[in-house]
Design a protein around this ligand. Sequence first.
Ligand SMILES: *Cc1c(COP(=O)(O)O)cnc(C)c1O
Length: 419
Amino acid sequence: MSAAHDPRWRAETLAVRAGYDPASASNAAKPPIYMTSTFAYASARQAKDIHEAYFEGTGPEVGRPGHIYARLGHPGLDMVELRLAALDGAEAAAVFNSGMATHSAIALAHLRPGDSVVFSRPIYGGTNGLYTGMMPGFGVGHAEFTDGCDRSSVEAAVTEALAHGPLKLIVIETPANPTAAIVDIALVVDIADTVGARSGTRPLVVVDNTLLGPSMQRPIELGADLCMTSLTKYCGGHSDLMAGGVSGREALVAPLRLLRTTLGSHLDPYTSWLLLRSMETVHLRVERAMDNARKVAEFLRESPKIAGITYLGFLAEGTPQRAVYDRQCKAAGSTFSFAVTGGEAEAFRFLDRLRLLRFAVSLGGSETLITHPATTTHYAISSEERAAGGITPATLRLSVGIEHVDDLIADLAQALEAL
Ligand SMILES: *Cc1c(COP(=O)(O)O)cnc(C)c1O
């Protein structure tokens, strides 16, 4: 029986099977945890060959399981990376100890002083900090666009960035956290191709796929160069670990993996094992959470105490956003925002009445989480920037979990009575 997975298997099968070969570990049916920081060499010759394979990508040890030191790579990480690449439909993947470690590695690998980057807004706070707070200190310029379904909006940002210097990365988050704003991946890829043909430098298109995850959106198939995912969210799925990953062509992923040597941002053996286990059930969890989310969204939409809702399944027919959604998303996911009628006082009263829903940041866990973005996740940005991103004092973000939906709706209903 072969260890290798059949790439024609469907994602649900790959999630269970890809990445682990029992023959590599005494035929243990499930992967062991390799709790070791260092690896013994069989001979001096093999040590040299393993280093050549790691640093040069050449020689007899390429493609063999040899390891050096856990920070550079270890068997648990290999398994998680193979599984993530299979789920994303990509050639290769690199996994890090958080989503932000992944974003940082992408920036540090591909940007040099004088370069520029374009990103979509709204964007995750950490990513915003990376490109507007940290990278400018290294001489990297940036420009932003807000309407990711409109060619001229994206092109204007590209022109602005090119005025600063060579455009190396276009980073898009779609759907965006917390407003579910959509960016047309194929449109951005087309614009990147045009920039490449005109300037001789083709920017890489990086998609942050966290909000839908690998089971509901496959950016690599839509032409993205790198698909980044905070594995802390749906893939981890139980709000008990942190990890991040990026997939794409081996030639683009290999330099990112190598950066772990310098940044020390590898995922440790135990967390790799936990993540590998979680990935087996990601489809089941996501499907149940999405069923629940649709029913919760329908309940909220009917309530006179709700002023608005951003659930993707409610995107109006005939709009550009709807057309892009139909083309690039398999389903609406289970994270969305809604606004209660009133302002902060009403939002707070509602939150403090909830008994089942947990008030916490993060998303994609088995339990339903709710946050008040204006005073938590988006606390540090100005109220003008919040308003531009569609976040008001009455906005609440909901990440629907896998509890019984009737219990969720009952809790929301009793809390709405406080308004
Ligand atoms: C959470 C999140 C991140 C960062 O991931 P961490 O694992 O928390 O570092 C990046 N992008 C999006 C959209 C996120 O929701």
